[in-house]
Design a protein around this ligand. Structure first.
Ligand SMILES: Cc1cc2nc3c(=O)[nH]c(=O)nc-3n(C[C@H](O)[C@H](O)[C@H](O)COP(=O)(O)O)c2cc1C
Length: 210
């Protein structure tokens, strides 16, 4: 699951670093979290597409409605426009590591709407290719997570966030929380994908993450 940094991976990380968003500097533009939770329909899918840097190139009507942004406000913005401060950094690190290796990933994500309200999604993110097989961006479909999964994800993410907060350096905090995830997986002899799908109903990991 941990992907060795090939030249291509390094290039993707370098490109992203060059355009990464400094949340501390832009807090005036960002909403403050209201702590109010919103949701969307079980049969609905929030869809977005991005370029290779994670800049939004497509947003469906459900995405527009739930996020509270207009289509114009979303297109051209980095996907981190939705980033909720309660999301552990290690989740996004894993997401980008996996995408850089041209693999798909499923993940639970807490997002923040334009007015600061929050909503949980179960996201499936995949690489997109053109007809010649060239990687041209990423695509994400998101559904409403089950209450069973969320009951386990909330405390897990809270503990990962607390781990990250122990460090003054974002990078060190992220490394430490990422190692905590790796330990959880290796202690349970389970892959990340098995872990993610176990959250929705099975109890194999229940004791580890409570
Ligand atoms: C296709 C795709 C969809 C994404 N969807 C989200 C999302 O819904 N919410 C989110 O916070 N980040 C999402 N991300 C990750 C962001 O690009 C970003 O890594 C994350 O918000 C953390 O911000 P940072 O990398 O600037 O720290 C997505 C990335 C891709 C490629």
């Amino acid at each position: 699951m941990v992907v060795a940094k090939t030249k291509r991976t390094q290039k993707i990380f370098k490109t992203r670093k060059a355009m990464s968003v400094d949340y501390e500097k832009i807090t005036t533009k960002r909403p403050l979290p209201t702590g109010r939770e919103i949701s969307f329909g079980e049969s609905e899918i929030i869809v977005s597409k991005t370029d290779l840097r994670g800049v939004i190139t497509y947003a469906n009507d459900v995405f527009v409605r739930v996020s509270g942004y207009t289509e114009e406000e979303l297109l051209g913005e980095p996907h981190s426009i939705l980033r909720h401060p309660a999301m552990p950094r290690c989740v996004f690190y894993l997401l980008w590591q996996t995408l850089a290796a041209e693999q798909e990933i499923f993940a639970y994500v807490l997002n923040m709407a334009k007015n600061g309200d929050e909503y949980w999604v179960f996201a499936h993110v995949t690489p997109s290719y053109d007809l010649s097989g060239k990687l041209i961006g990423y695509h994400s479909n998101r559904r409403v997570p089950s209450p069973e999964a969320l009951a386990k994800v909330r405390p897990l993410y809270a503990s990962l966030l607390a781990e990250e907060a122990k460090f003054s350096s974002h990078k060190e905090g992220m490394t430490s929380s990422f190692n905590a995830v790796l330990k959880l997986l290796s202690d349970n002899k389970i892959t990340y994908s098995q872990f993610v799908f176990s959250l929705a109903g099975q109890t194999k990991l229940e004791n580890s993450i409570r």
